[in-house]
Design a protein around this ligand. Structure first.
Ligand code: PLP
Length: 442
């Protein structure tokens, strides 16, 4: 019996306790949380320091409305993230989720252009098979076809989509990387022209695409060329690092590995590591100045923005990441995870692609490697992998619809930044067993 409306019809096991990389359920099972939920639990579970920071802040001052007061955890969190103004980002704004962060980013882009006297800019361009959130604005802007499907008729028409940079699936056989890049950039340029370049507010993209396609990195040079087009047409570049940011891919910001700077960066999951619901945006100096020289503030308030307890949790998470050099551990354990996956699955006939960066890796499944044909979606291979993992004490993040929202299966592993070499080896071993068991059933 449950009165909770769960995600699917089934009632999931009840998780009661978390400890390091493990989650424990009320029926006595211990499960490795090998994807930190949806790449959230970057410090693992049960971190005492973060729990104490949450408790202390809740006791000292749980809430003060940001229309009247600032609070120290929010100030300190913004400072730790931005003290060295990475990529020219100078101010932070905090909310409670990734979707809200993307909503705020889009509305800030709109307000920026009003402030600088370009009110005709009303449109965004994003990429198919990229996710920016579940709320109506973020869903409308994003390209997750599966999640959009039911809601198409009520989604705003202010957003358009172009092709993703997804070489494994969409680079043609007779195309070089350079030709594929040229084709993508040409398509983006044509879309700017079609809309009217001076009507576009922003291009919106995940530097490493997360759950929708499974850890897809762009070809080298893609983001630099995207940035150049945005600059040519005066549009902003919004990078959604909700899943891939905050150290997940081996650098604090995923854009560092693309050698571009965003105008607005969206952050969430690894920001607070799941200890509190928190997301936010990091904002380039020129946007901050435009607001300061114009209307003065950001016309986008939420009751729980910069929530003191959420900010206190994220502040402690960010301190620990820095003090314990956990981004370096992401790099080292990421290399181990990559080679473990390659060793176990590199020659597997049903695994077409092994891809990712840092501690953010995915396997994409095919009926055979040559044709890259996908499994019949009605077989629900991704759900079978999830179930087979759970029976072996491994929680992963599998998804279907990898290619177009309907076809394709992949599974993500995104272990906590605290993972040890032994943890990584166990994850690869259990994943291997789960994959074999699931494949036997289809
Ligand atoms: N953007 C990206 C890249 C995401 O992966 C997600 C969530 O998975 C979101 C936005 C939405 O975040 P949330 O579920 O916290 O609203």
């Amino acid at each position: 019996m449950t009165r909770v409306l769960h995600r699917s019809g089934a009632i999931p096991p009840v998780a009661v306790r978390g400890e390091g990389i493990y989650l424990h359920t009320d029926d006595g099972r211990s499960i490795i949380d090998a994807s930190g939920g949806a790449a959230v639990a970057c410090l693992g579970h049960g971190n005492r320091r973060v729990a104490d920071a949450v408790g202390q802040q809740a006791a000292a001052m749980a809430y003060a409305h940001t229309g009247t007061f600032s609070n120290q955890p929010a100030e300190d969190l913004a400072e730790i993230l931005l003290h060295d103004e990475p990529g020219g980002l100078t101010r932070a704004w905090f909310c409670s989720s990734g979707s809200e962060g993307n909503e705020a980013a889009i509305k800030l882009a709109r307000q920026y252009f009003l402030e600088i006297g370009q009110p005709q800019r009303t449109r965004t361009i994003a990429r198919r098979q990229s996710y920016h959130g579940t709320t109506l604005g973020a869903l409308a802007a994003g390209g997750n076809m599966m999640r959009r499907a039911n809601y198409e008729p009520i989604l705003s028409q202010a957003h358009s989509l172009v092709s993703p940079c997804f070489a494994y699936r969409f680079k043609q056989e007779d195309e070089t990387d350079a030709q594929y890049l040229d084709r993508l950039i040409e398509e983006l340029d044509v879309e700017f022209q079609r809309l009217g370049p001076d009507t576009v507010m922003a291009f919106l993209a995940e530097p490493v695409v997360g759950a929708t396609t499974g850890c897809v990195t762009a070809l080298p040079g893609y983001f630099q060329r995207v940035r150049a087009i945005c600059d040519r047409y005066g549009a902003l570049l919004i990078l959604d690092e909700v899943m891939c940011g905050m150290g997940r891919t081996g650098t604090m910001h995923a854009w560092e590995q693309e050698a571009v700077f965003p105008d607005i960066q969206v952050i969430a999951k690894g920001l607070g590591g799941g200890y509190q619901p928190i997301g936010g945006i990091l904002i380039a100096g020129r946007i901050v100045h435009a607001l300061a020289d114009g209307s003065g503030g950001f016309l986008h308030g939420q009751t729980y923005q910069a929530h003191p307890v959420a900010c206190a949790a994220a502040l402690e998470v960010q301190r620990i990441i820095r003090e314990d050099h956990l981004v370096e551990n992401v790099q080292a354990m990421g290399r181990r995870l990559e080679s473990g996956l390659q060793e176990r699955f590199g020659n597997h006939r049903h695994i077409g692609d092994i891809r990712g960066r840092g501690l953010f890796w995915a396997l994409e499944f095919v009926t055979d490697r040559g044709s890259k044909q996908v499994f019949d979606p009605t077989l629900k291979l991704n759900e079978r992998i999830k179930a087979a993992g759970l029976t072996r004490g491994l929680a992963t993040y599998p998804m279907g619809g990898t290619i177009d929202g309907k076809r394709g299966d992949h599974v993500i592993v995104a272990p906590p930044y605290i993972a040890t070499a032994a943890d990584i080896d166990t994850i690869v071993e259990r994943l291997g067993d789960a994959v074999e068991a699931a494949l036997k059933g289809v």
